[in-house]
Design a protein around this ligand. Structure first.
Ligand SMILES: *[C@@H]1O[C@H](CO)[C@@H](O)[C@H](O)[C@H]1NC(C)=O
Ligand SMILES: *[C@@H]1O[C@H](CO)[C@@H](O)[C@H](O)[C@H]1NC(C)=O
Ligand SMILES: *[C@@H]1O[C@H](CO)[C@@H](O)[C@H](O)[C@H]1NC(C)=O
Ligand SMILES: *[C@@H]1O[C@H](CO)[C@@H](O)[C@H](O)[C@H]1NC(C)=O
Ligand SMILES: *[C@@H]1O[C@H](CO)[C@@H](O)[C@H](O)[C@H]1NC(C)=O
Length: 495
């Protein structure tokens, strides 16, 4: 009687109470020949759930979760579609669909016993995924946005996030709905944001959204200084990258430049960069052409690009000054008290003179790092045929086994060039010196300048010889020699 009541309750009461009932009925449970199983199967398959006692039974009935399915006492009631109750008590579910997934309770009644056994069907299904937003997203740097991915599949798929094909490790977890907030920090975030859902059934599902980062124009100048002379044709260039596309205006000392007979401008669309993801970015080379440079054309030009995100401006100088000198590596061996320096410059106008600046760098022995003041030499240019000028000059009377740094400027009728790079050289001697290279650029160190006052320089005779190029674009074989004598200050007294 009690068992019958329990059987009724099992049918009527919700799932949790069924389980409770079933679990407590250990004695009866042991009478089952079949064992509880979870059947993992696929869509369209057929599965058989067994329900056998070791004794004959009166009736059997099945329900899925809390839905009654079949009852052997009521053969006149047709079973649900695709379900068959066999005479031996087994339940067959054919042509599986995902909604067949669930717990199946078999309730069986023998002569004296009532027993319940639970099986489960898990209809495995390939993952599917949806992403929101989808398509193409255009946002500017600094924006944040949320991407939501919704995955389905049995078993529950794991979701992974990818940016441009790279897994974002911190973003992965389980759960069929995941959202992530992205902050656009730079242009490099442009690309494909994807969600992947995988559950071991079939192929992982992928959904993506294309992110295009919009940004204010970025300018690149192939040359920040353009060297020319009056009467020549000059060309200023400004390369603009922007998304969306930028408009550009040239200015000369703040005055907008209009195209005319004298000045023209044009632009060339540059191809997309190697990143195919950047194909939405516009790359344009803007060129300003001065057909015949006049004196008034010299000076600062501004290239100003504007788009809906912002603007950027940069300047390029048109000048007749000489180009900065470049020291050439001197292959000759150097003596302990002299050093040969060779440099090259280019000038559209004849070079008039050079200014050579050098100073000794204190050796490592000195406990306090101090630097002497620069010694400046004015070296008149001897050859006036350009545009390439190669000059050789020998510093004499140097302290042996010492380290020096040197820089040079050139002047033509338009003005002084910028400083050359400062390079180091060492005189020969017995003391081992730190490695140096005549090509290395020294960083200007302002803190060391403050020690300058601690050094006084005394005048002494200094001999310098100078070698000039005899012809345009000359090689060293064509060099003519000239020696000049210059008094310079070299002796140092540390106070
Ligand atoms: C199951 O059968 C239906 C109808 O024939 C078919 O559309 C579906 O692709 C099948 N599913 C699988 C996983 O084979
Ligand atoms: C129960 O009946 C079904 C259908 O006839 C059969 O396939 C299955 O093997 C039977 N089970 C046992 C234990 O006899
Ligand atoms: C510098 O130090 C070395 C050894 O460290 C020493 O032999 C040399 O005499 C020192 N030179 C000077 C100028 O003090
Ligand atoms: C100096 O140059 C030599 C030879 O090129 C090298 O073996 C040595 O490590 C260098 N020393 C320093 C301090 O760079
Ligand atoms: C070094 O230069 C500083 C700044 O120009 C100057 O005040 C100082 O007198 C110079 N020292 C010597 C020794 O000429």
């Amino acid at each position: 009687m009690c068992a019958l009541l329990a059987a009724l309750l099992a049918l009527l009461l919700p799932l949790s109470q069924c389980e409770l009932n079933f679990n407590n009925d250990l004695e009866n449970n042991q009478k089952f020949k079949s064992v509880p199983t979870t059947i993992k199967s696929y869509e369209n398959e057929t599965v058989l759930l067994p329900c056998y006692l070791d004794t004959p039974f009166h009736y059997v009935r099945w329900h899925r979760d809390d839905v009654p399915l079949v009852d052997s006492r009521h053969p006149e009631i047709p079973p649900p579609e695709r379900i068959v109750l066999w005479s031996n008590g087994s339940l067959q579910v054919s042509n599986l669909k995902s909604e067949d997934t669930g717990d199946y309770y078999c309730e069986i009644m023998s002569n004296s016993n009532h027993a319940v056994q639970v099986h489960a069907i898990e209809v495995q299904s390939e993952p599917s995924i949806a992403i929101e937003p989808s398509g193409v997203l255009e946002l500017s740097i600094g924006s944040t946005f949320e991407v939501v991915c919704l995955a389905h599949g049995v078993p529950q798929p794991a979701i992974n996030w990818r940016l441009n094909g790279n897994i974002l490790p911190d973003y992965s977890s389980t759960g069929n709905r995941q959202s992530h907030i992205f902050e656009i920090k730079s242009r490099t975030m442009s690309g494909l944001i994807e969600c992947l859902a995988a559950n071991g059934v079939g192929q992982p599902a992928v959904a993506g959204v294309q992110l295009r980062v919009l940004f204010a124009p970025e300018l690149t100048l192939p040359q920040t200084v353009v060297y020319t002379k009056v009467g020549d044709r000059a060309q200023l260039e400004c390369i603009v990258e922007a998304a969306p596309m930028a408009t550009l205006q040239w200015f000369h000392y703040g005055v907008p430049i209009q195209n005319g007979a004298h000045i023209s401008s044009h632009e060339t669309e540059l191809g997309a960069s190697s990143h195919s993801l950047d194909s939405y970015v516009s790359r344009v080379k803007h060129v300003l052409i001065l057909k015949k440079v006049r004196d008034a054309d010299m000076g600062q030009y501004e290239c100003r690009a504007t788009n809906s995100i912002g603007f950027k401006s940069t300047t390029v100088e048109l000048t007749g000054r000489p180009m900065p000198c470049i020291f050439k590596i001197n292959p000759g061996t150097q003596s302990s008290t002299s050093h040969v320096l060779v440099w090259q410059t280019e000038s559209m106008l004849p070079i008039m003179e050079f200014k050579l600046k050098f100073r000794q760098i204190p050796s490592a022995n000195i406990s306090r790092p101090i630097r002497t003041n620069w010694t400046e030499l004015t070296i008149p240019a001897q050859v006036t045929i350009g545009p390439i000028y190669i000059t050789s000059y020998t510093l004499h009377g140097l302290q042996p086994a010492s380290l020096f740094e040197v820089s040079v400027l050139a002047r033509n009728s338009f003005g002084w060039s910028d400083n050359s790079k400062t390079v180091r050289f060492a005189t020969g001697g017995e003391v081992e010196l730190p490695n140096y290279s005549t090509e290395s650029e020294l960083q200007y160190d302002a803190t060391e300048e403050s020690f300058d006052n601690e050094i006084t320089q005394r005048s002494q005779v200094f001999t310098a010889s100078m070698i000039h190029n005899a012809a345009t674009r000359c090689g060293y074989s064509e060099l003519a020699y000239l020696t000049i004598f210059i008094n310079i200050c070299l002796a140092m007294r540390y106070t």
